[in-house]
Write a protein that binds this ligand. Structure first.
Ligand SMILES: O=C(O)c1cc(=O)[nH]c(=O)n1[C@@H]1O[C@H](COP(=O)(O)O)[C@@H](O)[C@H]1O
Length: 238
């Protein structure tokens, strides 16, 4: 699968999301549909985006007992999207069940299955004080990535800071997808482990929401992110 920047369509309605893509001529861009939009608009939205030719990352972050996740993944497989995800903290059996459900439910191609390691809105302080995980972030993320690989998962969602080490540990074929991306001078908002596109050298795909969707010129922001990621951007050329 070609390396891409997935635009997080974190909008309230299908109309808002499709209008955004139309108005800003982002009809070629890969998109991520998360809980906010999917819980309201469901499979019909996915069908519409597929009809328009978008590559789709359906980000529902499944996390439940293995049997429930197996059947949920079997259902999601019918949507025929490109990427789906689960939480690695659901454990080895849950991740294996997700993979099995996906294989069982897919009629043609099997979507890429990713495990979220630690959300990019988490930092070391939260790990230790709230989640009572005493190991440093990098160690936790690497350990979850290794577990995901053992379960047969194709890759992980992690922050840019961990991507290189995951590749070293799990191999270059093991996919890393990194959210928490901010164009320079942007705000972190609720994100803790952020990076710019130019720092994301070891990521297979980026996920970008507000830096693009809330920009005055989303198309320009998207193009700039692509250029920065490919190290072709300089302030003077823009
Ligand atoms: O799985 C994800 O996509 C995800 C994982 C993670 O650790 N952090 C994270 O921000 N995301 C998603 O990536 C998007 C980031 O949005 P922005 O912070 O607006 O760029 C949101 O839709 C999040 O739900």
């Amino acid at each position: 699968m070609k390396s891409s920047i997935y635009i997080a369509l974190d909008f309230h309605t299908k109309k808002e999301a499709l209008d955004f893509l139309d108005v800003h001529q982002l009809n070629e861009a890969p998109v991520k549909v998360g809980m906010q939009l999917f819980y309201r608009e469901g499979p019909l939205l996915i069908q519409e985006l597929k009809k328009r030719g978008h590559s789709i990352f359906l980000d529902l972050k499944l996390h439940d007992i293995p049997n429930t996740v197996y059947h949920a993944m079997k259902s999601l497989a019918h949507l025929d999207v490109d990427i789906v995800n689960i939480h690695a903290s659901g454990g080895l059996d849950m991740m294996k069940a997700a993979k099995k459900g996906l294989e069982k439910g897919s009629a043609t191609k099997i979507p890429l299955l990713l495990a979220v390691t630690q959300l990019t809105s988490t930092d070391d302080l939260m790990l230790s004080n709230e989640l009572l995980i005493k190991e440093p972030m990098e160690q936790v993320v690497l350990s979850y990535a290794e577990l995901a690989k053992r379960a047969g998962v194709n890759g992980v969602v992690c922050s840019v800071a961990e991507s290189k080490f995951i590749k070293q540990l799990c191999g270059t074929e093991f996919v890393t997808v990194t959210p928490g991306i901010r164009l320079k001078h942007d705000h972190a908002d609720d994100q803790k482990r952020i990076a710019t596109p130019s720092q994301a050298r070891f990521s297979d795909h980026l996920v970008m929401g507000r830096s693009i969707t809330q920009s005055k010129n989303p198309k320009a922001a998207y193009k700039r992110a692509l250029k920065e990621w490919n190290h072709e951007y300089s302030e003077t050329t823009n």
